[in-house]
Design a protein around this ligand. Structure first.
Ligand code: SF4
Length: 687
């Protein structure tokens, strides 16, 4: 019997915890703490402890599947590759849609965007950051010139005030939340703005339970009062920002008064005044933390910009214990964006609209040109086009994603998948989406590959191979290399190891230029790391906002706007959706982990006790939740902790899909759907 311990990083949330996989006779049997972990110092949340159990699940894909006579049947790699190569050759670049995955490592995402751009010659490449933090990337880039979190988790622990808005980090990012609790133990104030009294809100000194979709109203009110009380950092605003007068004129309007804001947000005036007092007292030691409660709105980009504005007015950027700290959803959302698995940028955030940068990328890859001058389709646009105009997008190549569960309006997504003429799904399990595939390819999971991922504080860390992938499964980048070879593009994919892919990537990605696998043997490296002797960067924008006009942050007027769908007589309740501590997005991994599935075996609908009384609904009773898109049966959980007039439903469960009712409306800039607000109603289930 041989037992070994392999240190790796967690495949779930963007905290990026390290742990040891315990391997017995070549199979993973457990996890053990890794005390050296720079993020988690040996601690793990339930997903970190029990979330390995899916790896050796008996229903892992072990061979390719090819559709024959309407059925997906096992096939050889040769056969599957031949079918793919023959069909991919039929389509024009604009007829492809390629979806990469933030669950996968940097190497796989780099390979996927290169495959899309060189082999399929399409601009239509995107990944699931679209569903979560694309507004953070777009919003922070607009204000600061970089779409990444400005500070490190260590800064949360030394803040005097942690202002959390739209983040239930106790459940979604528990080990990042531990840093916030360290600040609290030292006497820091914690404010949580959330329509639900979440486990995170219960830890706060001040819980502002505002109505979903009123974040800008609240933030503008705070800025109005900060300016009127003359609490801004004049030196910072004068020397390091442009556009202050526009922002000032906007928030000065009467509609952003404390009285009106309390009315619109549905909160006591006193809570706004208390928040203001602490923002003033703790200036230069205030960290803002946000997550999907801010981003998954039709105003998601402007929500993020408003957070950036308030921190800029207070001079809380480029300093320890401060900053705008976005808790990235999935493990590698940051890295997948950095790798250029996006329709508007290549790796390193080189714009596809800049011909010089397009030429630089093409030259580096040794090809005549790469798609440029056109921003490709974003995921919601891919699905809309497949649904409404299947003659325009005909072929989809999808890695590690399950849009039928993850995207809003599931019925529409199912029809879009049905309409897709040729669909290739690359995953580790058959999924609700792979049911529609023409070819299914067996990929690998984090424990079966060497690679890297980048957490929410820009820390690049290693995945390390602990066991072989099952059956004939292959590494995801190897699969793309095989398809490329079959299609006559093998010369551009001459990698033998994951490290080869990484080294090619860092040659064209300035933020990663100085990072090597050897350097990652320690605590990981936070980008930017421009040269091999550079230690990495814990805090951004210390002296200037590089890449912005005059090196200055861009302030601007941003008005409060209501969500795309508002409550009315027919649909009088706001629905908000989110994650739980036990499961991860579509549940394909965590629901195959016995302990996690036992702790949270199915979905529920949180209803305030007063609403339950109005509807005559008892705790545990199954109700029908419905919206303009569809309906779903779900058990009611009657609690006092959610705001009256608001329901909450977790989104992980295929048998009770929250996304049957959510709205497809999306932010006009980031194209991120408004998962966090739609109008719904309930009725009793017929006996
Ligand atoms: Fe994994 Fe996140 Fe839990 Fe850490 S906090 S163990 S990264 S799920």
């Amino acid at each position: 019997m041989e037992i070994k311990f392999v240190t790796t990083t967690c495949p779930y949330c963007g905290s990026g915890c390290s742990f040891n996989l315990v391997v017995k006779d070549g199979k993973i049997i457990d996890t053990q703490p890794c005390q050296r972990g720079p993020v988690n110092e040996g601690k793990l949340c339930p997903k970190g402890v029990f979330g390995f159990e899916f790896i050796n699940s008996p229903d892992r894909l072990t061979t390719p599947l090819v559709r024959k006579n309407g059925e997906l049947v096992p096939a050889s790699w040769d056969e599957a590759l031949a079918v793919i190569a023959e069909n991919f050759a039929k389509y024009q670049p604009d007829e492809f849609a390629v979806i990469s995955s933030a669950r996968c490592c940097n190497e796989d995402n780099y390979a996927m965007q290169k495959f899309a751009r060189i082999v399929l010659k399409t601009a239509n490449i995107d990944h699931c950051a679209r569903l979560c933090h694309a507004p953070t990337v777009a919003g922070l880039a607009k204000v600061f010139g970089s779409g990444a979190s400005t500070n490190s988790f260590d800064d949360l622990a030394i803040a005097d005030l942690v202002f959390i808005i739209g983040s239930n980090n106790f459940e979604a990012h528990p080990l990042a939340a531990r840093r916030i609790m360290q600040a609290k133990e030292k006497g820091a104030h914690i404010i949580v703005c959330d329509p639900r009294r979440t486990p995170t809100a219960k830890q706060a000194e001040l819980h502002i339970q505002h109505r979903p979709g009123t974040d800008i109203q609240l933030l503008n009110c705070l800025m109005k009062n900060i300016i009127e009380n003359d609490w801004i950092d004049h030196e910072f605003v004068e020397n390091r920002t442009l556009g202050y007068d526009d922002l000032k004129a906007c928030v000065a309007q009467d509609k952003y008064s404390i009285e009106n804001t309390a009315k619109i947000c549905g909160i006591p005036e006193e809570s706004i005044k208390q928040a203001l007092q602490w923002l003033h007292e703790c200036q230069h030691k205030t960290a803002f933390v946000h997550c999907l409660g801010i981003t998954q709105h039709t105003v998601g980009v402007d929500n993020v910009r408003s957070i950036a504005f308030i921190q800029t007015l207070l001079g809380n950027i480029g300093k320890p214990g401060c900053g705008v700290n976005a808790l990235r959803g999935q493990n590698n959302v940051q890295g997948s964006c950095d790798m250029g698995a996006l329709p508007n940028v290549y790796a390193g955030y080189f714009s596809v609209m800049n011909p010089d940068l397009a030429k630089k990328v093409a030259d580096y890859w040794g090809v005549e040109s790469v798609p440029q001058g056109q921003i490709g389709l974003h995921i919601p646009e891919m699905l809309d086009t497949l649904y409404e105009h299947p003659d325009k997008v005909k072929c989809m190549y999808l890695m590690g994603e399950n849009p039928v569960i993850s995207d809003p309006n599931s019925k529409m997504v199912e029809q879009a998948m049905e309409n897709c003429e040729f669909l290739v799904v690359q995953d580790i399990f058959e999924t609700e989406t792979s049911r529609y595939a023409d070819v299914v390819l067996p990929g690998s999971c984090y424990a079966e590959e060497d690679g890297t991922q980048t957490n929410a504080e820009r820390r690049v860390q290693r995945f390390r191979k602990a066991q072989d992938a099952p059956g004939e499964s292959k590494l995801d980048w190897q699969i793309m290399k095989m398809i490329a070879e079959k299609m006559g593009y093998g010369q551009y994919f001459q990698w033998e190891t994951s490290e080869d892919v990484f080294n090619e990537m860092r040659g064209i990605t300035p933020q990663y230029a100085g990072i090597t696998y050897a350097k990652l043997e320690g605590d990981g490296i936070q980008w930017p790391c421009p040269t091999e002797d550079h230690p990495g960067t814990a805090i951004l924008h210390i002296n200037e906002f590089a890449g912005m006009p005059e090196g200055k942050a861009a302030l601007e007027a941003v008005e409060h706007r209501e969500p795309a769908e508002v409550v009315d007589e027919e649909y009088p309740i706001w629905l908000t959706t989110g994650a739980t501590i036990w499961h991860w997005p579509s549940g394909s991994m965590t629901r195959r982990c016995e302990q996690l599935d036992k702790d949270a075996p199915t979905a529920w609908l949180e209803i305030n006790v007063k609403d339950a009384e109005k509807y005559g609904v008892k705790d545990g009773e199954v109700v029908v939740l419905y919206s303009r898109r569809g309906e779903v049966e779900v058990a009611a959980r009657v609690i006092p902790d959610i705001k009256e007039g608001v329901f909450f439903m977790p989104f992980h469960f295929t048998e009770a899909r929250a996304n049957l009712v959510t709205n497809t409306a999306y932010d006009p800039v980031s194209k991120t759907p408004e998962f966090k607000v739609c109008a719904v109603n309930i009725r009793k289930k017929e006996a």
